[in-house]
Design a protein around this ligand. Structure first.
Ligand SMILES: [Zn+2]
Length: 154
């Protein structure tokens, strides 16, 4: 029984994804299958210089995408991207659904980059890179932070 048959929503259009308007919205569509969100995943992967294979569900995708990154600090950084992508898409979906606010995919990518920068630099004091550095080469930023950690304290 879906939301329509249970009387929670009034017509079938209410079930459609707010981003693409083509498919019924559920978590798999919203975070993995929506054409707009797939573009964002590909853009994040290109930004990181990695391949991203979207899995059968969100948890599977989280595990699969992190597995390719061997360096723990870099993997932590990618986890941060993953979390900020899901969080940003969810907030944008809610703002569109409940406030009618429009987002384009480039704006969402920028928000993901900014949010992940704020989260990663707040979490690790050794990551002393700028927002510009993060936008240009996030992996180099994380690798630099890892090298600093390995230098013995004098
Ligand atoms: Zn969609």
């Amino acid at each position: 029984m879906n939301l329509l048959t249970r009387g929670i929503i009034k017509d079938n259009q209410d079930c459609k994804c707010g981003f693409c308007g083509e498919e019924e919205e559920d978590s798999k569509h919203l975070f993995l299958e929506c054409s707009m969100v797939r573009w964002i995943w590909r853009a994040c992967a290109k930004w990181w210089g990695i391949n991203v294979t979207l899995g059968a569900d969100c948890w599977n995708t989280f595990q699969v995408t992190g597995r390719e990154l061997k360096e723990k600090g870099v993997r932590e950084g990618w986890d941060c991207i993953w979390n900020s992508l899901v969080w940003t898409v969810w907030l944008a979906r809610n703002q569109k659904t409940f406030q009618g606010k429009e987002f384009n995919r480039e704006k969402l990518l920028e928000l993901i980059q900014l949010k992940s920068f704020q989260w990663i630099t707040a979490k690790k004091e050794r990551y002393a890179f700028t927002l510009t550095d993060w936008f240009l080469n996030p992996v180099a930023c994380l690798e630099d932070g890892l090298r600093k950690r390995r230098v013995p304290y004098k």
